[in-house]
Design a protein around this ligand. Sequence first.
Ligand code: BTN
Length: 332
Amino acid sequence: MAIMPASLNGEIGMLTLLKLLKDGRFHSGQALGAALGVSRSAVWKQLQQLEAELNLSIHKVRGRGYQLAAPLSLLDEDAVKQASTGECWPVLIFDAIDSTNAEALRAIERGEQAPFLVLAERQTAGRGRRGRTWVSPFAENLYYSLVLRIEGGMRQLEGLSLVVGLAVLQTLREQGVADAGLKWPNDVLVGSHKIAGILLELVGDPADVCHIVLGIGINANMRSSAEVDQDWTSIQLSTGSAIDRNILVAQLNQKLQHYLALHRASGFAAIAQEWEQNHLWQGRAVSLIAGANRVDGVVLGIDQQGALRLKVGDVEKHFSGGELSLRLRDDS
Ligand code: BTN
């Protein structure tokens, strides 16, 4: 599948400019103008636009030219292939898109054959769980949606979002984020700081044939953000080093292939124990929130279908559903 043509709000030149600058070295205005076929003042204008639109910082030094304040790693299908050990899913890469999940759903509608992957450098309307937005700055993080066709009915969907969480967690560990863990149902945290989020969206008949979009956002090289309204961290903040996002895609593909194959062959029960071992909130006193409703209890773990087991008073109760969220109680 071909990589989609560059289009940052229609500015093909801006992206070409970015690709020339991404090595983090100095490039003269004359050389950039020649490569783009425009004047030096047009280069200057586009650089200003890049800074404003993509929140990038560009140094200008007389006699040397222009340099990105920090080198950029841009998504590249060939680089993903080179870093891959297993199967490479066909991939659509966008410079900017409303949401990779939304585009994945449109591609299903268009008749694109699953499995396939949608990636973007930035999202203008990234979707989070429970109607929240997912802050998605340009080229800093990973915005990844994998589309699968599911034929096995409900069993193939059971615990699927937890399986994806485990694959993301193991990818982060491979990247050196040793202290990451899971929070039911599928948040990935470092301490109390969110490093990755997962949003599954389904079309079709879940009891028969359907398509599922596994939407994954991983904070990769983000170092600051005034927009994120919860405690967060990134791979770079956790490990101290910037990462190559193409390698991250290859590693995530490989972990997903491993855990999805296990899940397909043996069901969620084959993964439940490993998931529970990585649950940060085992034994903690929590409140489970569903809209205006709240249940207080102590986390016992998860069941063989991926539902949360809570001790409520003296009774064990099981909870499942995408709209539920868990908070630590102050007394825990
Ligand atoms: C959450 O709220 O924790 C879920 C966040 C999921 C974000 C990812 S980024 C890639 C994919 N596209 C989206 O619009 N959302 C998901």
